[in-house]
Design a protein around this ligand. Structure first.
Ligand code: IPE
Ligand code: IPE
Ligand code: MG
Length: 257
């Protein structure tokens, strides 16, 4: 099956995704920056800095491939546990990234969005993200969605709280609660569910990422560290995705008796 998806280009075999089934929403747990730096005897923050370049590369490639939403897990609600200088560096990255690349994002018709608890971000971090969201609000191309100070349990907890509040105030009854209501109370309410989840660096866990939204997402894991991740790895992930059979609990037509 994969062979079918491999087109020869310029002599070398290259995995090129089939245009017909490009995932609408790709979510990535960008992991391995620290290990990338350690391998080079550099401080962990050097890995985060290098990882920012991968964000640019992958945003461009996602746009080129026709992906509609790219969600990037940039900082989890648990990442506050890290040493203060590292957290401070990570909180400066949105300013640096957007300060450098915002004009390009605007030009490419990319719309920047954010999920996560932005209220508890340092003001300078919040400002940079808000500015980028405002500057790109009218764009209708790729949605570049940063999960920043994001935790899925916190997100679900908040959704439950808001629904419980509506019931307590008699705005609705508990019997009205259904799956679509919960989906609609999450920070991703306006986004399609991820079709493909990628995690780099060899870790095979979700680390509190989109627990509700990933119910029927295809997963792809790679040992490649985030700063080493590139266009060809993304293409490979998509080609693997395209060879998958998404059944959603059903059976294939040819398998019905
Ligand atoms: C991912 O890289 C970036 C963030 C979590 C902010 P890590 O910093 O987790 O890198 P490793 O896992 O320690 O190599
Ligand atoms: C998950 O990576 C969070 C982000 C990529 C932002 P971590 O490196 O924090 O996850 P664990 O600690 O290995 O589970
Ligand atoms: Mg990590």
């Amino acid at each position: 099956m994969l062979d079918k998806l491999i087109r020869k280009k310029g002599g070398g075999a290259k995995v090129e995704p089939d245009d017909a089934i490009i995932p609408r929403h790709v979510a990535i747990i960008m992991d391995g920056n620290g290990r990338w730096a350690k391998k080079r005897s550099l401080p962990r923050i050097a890995g985060h800095h290098e990882g920012m370049k991968t964000v640019r590369k992958i945003t461009r490639e996602a746009d080129r491939l026709g992906i509609k939403v790219l969600t990037l897990y940039a900082f989890s609600t648990e990442n506050w546990k890290r040493p203060k200088p590292e957290v401070e560096f990570l909180m400066r990255l949105p300013e640096e990234f957007l300060g450098t690349y915002l004009p390009e994002l605007v030009e490419r018709n990319v719309r920047v969005r954010m999920i996560g608890d932005h209220e508890h971000l340092p003001p300078h971090t919040r400002r940079a993200i808000t500015r980028a969201m405002e500057a790109t609000a009218d764009n209708d191309g790729l949605i570049l969605n940063f999960a920043m100070n994001y935790g899925s349990r916190a997100e679900i907890t908040e959704a439950v709280r808001s629904i419980a509040q509506a019931v307590a105030e008699n705005r609705m009854s508990a019997d009205d609660i259904d799956e679509s209501m919960i989906t609609g109370a999450l920070m991703t309410a306006e986004l399609p569910e991820p079709d493909l989840l990628i995690r780099t660096s060899g870790e095979v866990r979700l680390s509190n990422f989109m627990l509700w939204q990933l119910a029927y997402t295809e997963f792809w894991f790679t040992d490649t560290l985030w700063p080493d991740f590139d266009e060809s790895r993304l293409q490979e992930a998509i080609a693997v995705y395209q060879a998958r059979n998404r059944r959603y609990g059903g059976v294939d037509k040819e398998d019905t008796d």
